[in-house]
Structures are given as structure tokens and as C-alpha cells.
Ligand binder design. Sequence first.
Ligand SMILES: [Zn+2]
Length: 348
Amino acid sequence: MSYMPAKSPRPSGGNPQRTMTAQLRALGNTVAILATVFMVLLVAFVWMVTAINKKSVKNSADDTTVTTTTASISEESTSDTVATDTSVPETTPEPTQNEGTHASYPEGTKLIALTFDDGPCEFTPQVLDTLQKHGIPATFFLLGQNVTGTDPQLLQRMLDLKCEIGNHTWSHTVLSKVDENKAYEELQKCDQALMDKIGQKATVIRPPQGAGLANPGLLKYALENREFCINWNDISCPADWQKPAMGDAHYTAQHVIDNASSYDCVLLHDSHKSTVESLDEMIQGLKDKGYVFVTVTQLLEATSDKIGIEEARAQGWTDAVEAYPGGPIYGVRYEYSSNKYFFGKKSY
Ligand SMILES: [Zn+2]
């Protein structure tokens, strides 16, 4: 079949130009309708796509939430597992530095704290050797000016042997004879020397000669740095800096063994050779009498919860600051929450 447009049938009696115009109009209308339909469909499509996307995002967020929740549960489970694991040693009845006697020691346990003032010095390693031999701790009240010339390994060895390090001022200044600022500085300089050597301060303070407990500089420093202030009790201490103890190791040892009682805080000096030489006999004798050796902080923890200031006064005790020297109280613990005192045991 041949293509013969010229012979195509036309509307009868119509003007070809008018017919074409009408056709164009009809075509235009059709295009307009199709465009409108297209636009409507396009809008509908866009709306649907948007809706689908929103739903997808929401589902994604829900998934994240679920994942997070799952992770959270997983972490909690892990934490529970870890907590269960770590709770084992916590429930093990091992005495720790800050636990009181009720938690750490059976009722009736005889506790004693050996303390060494004025070091570190040439005999200090020998003291540590003896402590290590017997497997016991002690407390060293150090002078800052001595600390500066000491090998840090010696100080670290004290800590490794579970010993406690105390602040005995920088230069053995008697704090009852200086003003508040000087007392504060003496204690601060000693702690700074310790910080420089081992990165930690002392935990307890003993003022030289046990004097100056009423000095506001001492109290201020002790409170600010949470350091207990403790002296000693008299009768078990052999006064190793004078005769007859000085120079007589056997006398020194026997004096402590014969006069010790539970909760005693024994004053010694590692600067005295005879004291150092007395230690093996002294420690063995105390062990034979059933004593358990503790640090000063352990001793205070073991006694401070047993008696407070009101009870102490009711029993005729007086404040340490009023009582020393020669008074009935050997130690005082500052109670930081209330600024009240708790005392250690009564002396003789
Ligand atoms: Zn001293």
C-alpha cells in the first residue's frame, strides 16, 4: 500500500486551514490534559517517594534504638560480669589500710604500731631489712630535708613493704615555738619533698617532740591535707635517745616487750644504731606475745570508731592539744566532716 497523503479523506465541506487549526487546538488540549495528568502523577510520585523515605528513616532510627538498647544491655551484662568478678576480692576478708578493727581484725586482737622518727638516715635500710624479715609494716615520720638527699628507691621500698610514710616537718622545727605560717610551711615543705621523690604526700603528721598540737598552722595543714596527727604513748617507748636505752639494744627491746599493751603506738628512732639493732629481738618478743603489727593509720582506724570526744571527756580524758606533753592522750585524729576530734586509746 502506497502512502498518499494528498488523497487522505478530509472532513466534508471543511476549509483545510480551519480544519488544521481545529486539529492543532485539539492537539493542544490533549497535550495540556496529558501535561496535567503527568504533573499530577509526578506530584503523587514525589509524595510517595517522600513518604517511603520518611518511613525508611523512621525504621532506621528504630533499628538504631534497638541496637543501642541491645548494646546497653550488653554493656550492663558485661559490667555485671566484671562487678561479679571484682566483688570476689572485696568480700574476701583481707585487712586493708583504711578498714577499722571490726572489719579487719577479730575482737581481742592485740595491735601495735612501731614508729620511726627523724629519718631517712643511714640505718633506715637495716630497719627495712628487719621489717621485711618479719613481714611486718611500720610507720616512718620523715624529715623533708632528709628526704631530698634520699634515693627514691628507699622510699619506694617502704611502700612496697606496706609501711606508712608520715610528715615530721622539713627541719625538725618545734612547732610550739613558731608562728602559724612557719608551722604550715614546715609541713608543706616536707610533703613537697615527698612529692618530688615518690609522687605522694604523707598520710599522717607527727610534730617534732610531739609539741605544737595547738598551733593553728598545724591544724590548718592537717585539715587541708587530710593528714592525721598522732604522737605516741609513753610507757612502751624506751626513750631510745637517752640512757639507759641508748646504746643498749637488749634493754630497748625488752622495755618495749615488757611494757607493751594493745593499741600502743611505740616511738623509736632509726637514727639510733642501738634501736635498729634491737628490732629483731623486739619484734620477735612482741610476736611471741601475740601482737599484730599495724601502721599508724590502721591503729587509728582501729581505735577512733570506739570512742568519741564526748565519751572521752566523760571518762575524764582531755583534748590532746591540752593534754600533751605528758598528758593522757597519745594521739588525735581530726574528724574532717565535723571538725570534731576522735581519740586513740588512753595512756598510762
Ligand atoms: Zn623527731
